[in-house]
Design a protein around this ligand. Structure first.
Ligand code: OAD
Length: 234
């Protein structure tokens, strides 16, 4: 394998599936059990904040019951040992990349382990339940706190930074994402437009965007990501 110095890894729900976190669109996935418009839009929060807070409280509590799997751990090792830069751009809101050893992470869809105050805008670490009665630790307002999650209709975080990373990388790897949600689904085309970077998809099955990748590897992230990392570090 060529020597890569500037690697961007885009991850989606599939990388956390083997840790026991449900994906969104597979059979039995989260969007089969809940309607997006009930729990994951600004309108839903306006209409029924208790339902939305409850949905994210459940998912936040789940963070304590799951552990990083070999795919997360391999990416942590890659960042530590590669003679170059590795950035994980994740659509996931869990904290399994951090716990797998990655440090250079962009959570483009937000983080379950944080809440944000709608009045003073502070973002704080939050591992407990959050309700409409919970006071903001900074401005003391209530109701004021919301999950620090990007809902449908909201702008993902750090897009400018992500775009510059995509245009500068020499290897782009996508792991465990169905390619249904933009802007992440369009990253591979942005990378390919530079004409210099190699692109690899790792997914259980061909994603919606599989044909845009120069190379595809289909199977479990927990097997294929450690194997790729070994090749990259050889
Ligand atoms: P999806 O649920 O849409 O897709 C998960 C992908 O992972 C599927 O293509 C599966 O085939 C694959 N997969 C499942 N298990 C796997 C495994 N063990 N190894 C490798 N691949 C596996 O999840 P995302 O693409 O992450 O956004 O969804 C993107 C966004 O849509 C999410 O961030 C979320 C959701 O609505 C928001 O909530 C804003």
């Amino acid at each position: 394998m060529a020597r890569y110095r500037n690697i961007v890894v885009l991850t989606g729900a599939g990388i956390s599936a083997e840790s026991g976190v449900a994906t969104f669109r597979d059979a039995g996935g989260l969007w089969e059990q809940h309607r997006i418009e009930d729990v994951a839009t600004p309108d839903a929060f306006q209409r029924d904040p208790d339902l939305v807070q409850g949905f994210y409280n459940q998912r936040r509590a789940q963070l304590f019951t799951v552990d990083p799997n070999p795919a997360h751990i391999a990416l942590g090792k890659l960042e530590q040992l590669l003679d170059g830069t590795v950035t994980v751009v994740t659509q996931n809101v869990d904290n399994l990349h951090e716990r797998g050893g990655s440090k250079n992470i962009i959570h483009m869809h937000g983080e379950l382990s944080k809440v944000r105050c709608r009045h003073c805008s502070i973002v704080v670490e939050w591992l407990e339940d959050c309700t409409q009665e919970t006071r903001c630790p900074n401005c003391s307002d209530a109701p004021a706190l919301r999950p620090h999650i990007v809902w449908f209709g909201e702008m993902p975080f750090d897009m400018e930074r992500i775009e510059s990373l995509l245009y500068a990388c020499d290897l782009f790897v996508s792991v465990g994402t169905s390619g249904n949600v933009y802007p992440a689904a369009g990253f591979v085309s942005a990378v390919r437009s530079t004409g210099v970077a190699h692109t690899i998809e790792i997914n259980l099955e061909p994603s919606e965007g599989a044909s845009y990748f120069a190379e595809t590897r289909h199977g479990k992230a927990g097997d294929l990501v450690p194997a790729l990392v070994d090749e990259l570090l050889e």
